[in-house]
Design a protein around this ligand. Structure first.
Ligand SMILES: Nc1ncnc2c1ncn2[C@@H]1O[C@H](COP(=O)(O)OP(=O)(O)OP(=O)(O)O)[C@@H](O)[C@H]1O
Ligand SMILES: [Mg+2]
Length: 231
């Protein structure tokens, strides 16, 4: 039984994109995969297919039904804000312990479990808790996704430092090319690699939705090699 938490240096950097493609690669290899997006903000109930949980369900080969959404993403909020603020906008609050308990159970539901976080490593999720606190409470290793926009390096290195300060295992830093980036993907990767070694850097160019790429096989290899049991 192994799980991985897909986190980010920030929002909109490619967490869902990478998670879906990793799921597809693991399934192709014959793994039984489950995926979760426990906290989802910016969720439009009228368009569940285009949401993060919808994308994860599609990658799992499952239909985007209300029951499936409840099962993989029970804490959904409409506002495109950090979850604590999005919940507050609906007169609700995120209960950290409930999210952790759900995620712990989720992490043991299949041989291979992919959990997508929300926002970046230090995004607030509840009154006094961040995504980092969630990861630490869960005790699963991470993939740290970053973009290649100007400024992404400081975001990635800050996020990595925060994870490492709390002894969180990071399987890889994944640089997913930002659309229209003025910084080259290979330049980004070379620079990042100097600072994050021995953590590997995996680069992903802008891809069409189903285009194959060796990076996902590399990520699946890392996942399978370093698969860690949930505490
Ligand atoms: N390497 C890539 N090639 C092509 N499109 C990409 C790539 N990386 C990310 N994208 C696209 O960029 C957009 C943002 O990516 P994605 O939704 O995966 O980010 P995210 O980190 O999950 O965002 P959020 O914080 O909202 O969960 C999406 O439209 C996604 O398909
Ligand atoms: Mg996402």
């Amino acid at each position: 039984m192994s799980a991985i938490f897909v986190t980010g240096a920030g929002t909109d950097v490619g967490k869902t994109f990478v998670a879906c493609r990793l799921i597809a690669e693991l399934r192709r290899r014959g793994h039984t995969v489950a995926a979760f997006k426990p906290l989802a903000s910016g969720f439009d109930p009228a368009q569940p297919e285009t949401s993060d949980p919808g994308a994860l369900l599609t990658a799992l080969g499952e239909s985007v039904s209300p029951a499936a959404l409840d099962r993989i993403a029970p804490f959904r909020y409409r506002a495109a804000l950090a979850p604590d603020m999005a919940a507050e906008a609906e007169g609700k609050r995120v209960d950290f312990d409930t999210v952790v308990a759900f995620s712990r159970r989720a992490a043991t539901t299949a041989d291979t479990v992919v959990i997508e976080g929300v926002g970046g490593v230090m995004s607030p999720i509840a009154e006094r808790y961040t995504v980092l606190d969630w990861i630490v409470a869960l005790g699963v290793p991470t993939l740290l996704i970053t973009g290649t926009y100007l400024g992404a390096q400081t975001h990635a290195l800050t996020a990595l430092a925060a994870l490492q300060r709390r002894s969180v295992a990071v399987h890889a830093v994944v640089a997913s090319e930002t659309a229209g980036s003025t910084v080259g993907l290979s330049d980004s990767a070379r620079s990042l690699a100097r600072f994050v070694a021995p953590v590997p850097v995996v680069t992903i160019p802008r891809l069409l939705p189903a285009a194959p790429h060796a990076a996902f096989a590399a990520l699946a290899d890392l996942f399978c090699r370093a698969a860690t049991h949930v505490r």
